[in-house]
Design a binder for this molecule. Structure first.
Ligand SMILES: [Zn+2]
Length: 139
C-alpha cells in the first residue's frame, strides 16, 4: 500500500463532502475514520493519486477489496464497478428508503459485491433518514 500524504487525504475527504462515495454514508455519523480507497487496486496497476482514490466507509472498502468488477446477474457479462471519478452516483443508483437500488449493470455488480443492502446497513440508513442526516448529498 502506497503512502498517501495528509494533503491528498484532505483533498479526497473534502471532495467527497465527507461521505462514502459508494453508499453515501456520512463520516460524521460513523465511529470509524473513512478510508482512502483505490478505485482500481494497486495490484491492477491503479495509481495512488486523486483520480484513482475515493473516500470509502470501512464496510464498502472491506467488501470491495481489490476487486474491480463482477459478473452482472442480468447480462452475464463481466462488468466494472461504479467508478466515482468517471460516473455520477444518481445515474447508477437510487434510494428507496434505506435501500440502495441499482439502475444499471455497473450499479448491480457494485450493489451486490459491496453488499449495500445487508439488513443491518438498510436499518442504519433508515435511522439516519429519520434524523435527517442521510443522504446528505447525492452526486
Ligand atoms: Zn460505503
Amino acid at each position: 500500500m502506497s503512502y498517501i500524504s495528509v494533503a491528498l487525504r484532505r483533498l479526497i475527504t473534502e471532495r467527497a463532502r465527507e461521505q462514502c462515495e459508494y453508499c453515501l454514508f456520512p463520516q460524521t455519523a460513523s465511529l470509524f475514520t473513512f478510508e482512502m480507497e483505490h478505485i482500481i487496486a494497486e495490484k491492477h496497476d491503479g495509481t495512488t493519486d486523486s483520480e484513482n482514490l475515493a473516500l470509502s466507509c470501512p464496510l464498502c472498502n472491506r467488501f470491495k477489496g481489490s476487486d474491480i468488477g463482477s459478473i452482472d446477474s442480468q447480462t452475464q457479462k463481466l462488468t466494472p464497478f461504479f467508478h466515482p471519478r468517471l460516473q455520477q452516483w444518481s445515474d447508477h443508483f437510487q434510494l428507496e428508503g434505506g435501500a440502495i437500488v441499482p439502475l444499471t449493470s455497473e450499479g448491480r455488480v457494485t450493489t451486490r459485491i459491496l453488499q449495500f443492502n445487508l439488513p443491518e446497513r438498510i436499518l442504519e440508513r433508515d435511522q439516519l433518514i429519520q434524523i435527517g442526516v442521510y443522504p446528505r448529498l447525492i452526486f
